[in-house]
Design a protein around this ligand. Sequence first.
Ligand code: GN1
Ligand code: MG
Length: 373
Amino acid sequence: MSEMPVAAINAVLAQYDLPGTLKCVEPIVQGHINHTYRVTLVDASSGLRSTYVVQQINQHVFREPEKVMHNVRQIAQHVQGLEDPGHCSILQFLDTRTGANYVRLEGQYWRVSPFVENSISYDVVEDSRIVCRAGYAFGRFQAMLADLPMEDLAETIPDFHNTPKRLQDFFAVVHEDPVGRAGEVSREIAFFEKHRELVSQLELLREQGMLPRRVTHNDTKINNILMDQESGEPVCVLDLDTVMPGLVAMDFGDAIRTAGNTALEDERDLTKVNLHMPHYEAFTRGFVGVCRSTLTPLEIDTLALGAVTITTEQAARFLGDYLGGDRYYRIHRPQHNLERARCQITLAQRMLDRMDEMEAVVRKYAVAADVSC
Ligand code: GN1
Ligand code: MG
């Protein structure tokens, strides 16, 4: 990470009515897109400390940050208006002195949220009960937003989870091969050729009107949920930048891609990468259990396919970025995107090997009487 932009952060904080002055800035490095900092303020008179998360929006990825923050506002208002918001909410951004939920500073966009104390987010989860609660959190998120009118939300990244389009873009960069890397990945390219049709099915069903578009999160990585450190209960869902109309199966699938992997997203030792069936089942229990009444039978039937689809799509996005010269995702080592892609291809293959079992688990929780975590 480049040097910490302390002066900019100070200028951002000055737009808010916050107690104290900046004492400490630390980077939070989990996301691949935005720049995120944990900042601590100390009030000189009382000595009280308060902690916030300050984030700079990546404008290469989010070309229209106002749209992102408009969506965030719509979602927050909708959730606040719910009679029973349940026990897992969404991340709230603070308002500036003039009532905006972001700050524009020298052409860059920043936002501030309170740091949620005593909370933790997991890149890999060990405990199946926590995975089940994560399933509940994302399923609940889905159910909470089920009646938010889609017209109220802007499309922050067009065709974000349009898998056939993602693969088309991937094959275009293979063909163009701008930095001369395609030769080293012919085995990986063959994987996408082989499964292109299967992973295009969901989008096709959507185009045919068989699968509905709903307000979905679209980035349901397991580390986008904050859990209470002591109780393990979900506290809130983070990263609302890509909340827009989409397919439920992709939200289910992206969480399985992360919570159901026995290894990290970028594991280099591919023998460690596998679908963790107890975690898959636990997540399904929590997710399907809380939102099944809002889903159509075909949506339920295609959830497992969503996991294979988005894992393959993600692999294509990582590999496409590698072939294009690493311009999209932040990388921490030279072949990082290639390693991420190989890990995701391996995981997608492990899922394909167990599709029947995965579908049976979904069917089980579509009707199970007890879906508590
Ligand atoms: C990006 O930066 P982060 O972790 O929120 C990406 C997701 C990918 C994810 C892969 C806007 O999310 O789509 O699934 O990396 N976000 C965007 O880890 O492209
Ligand atoms: Mg994100």
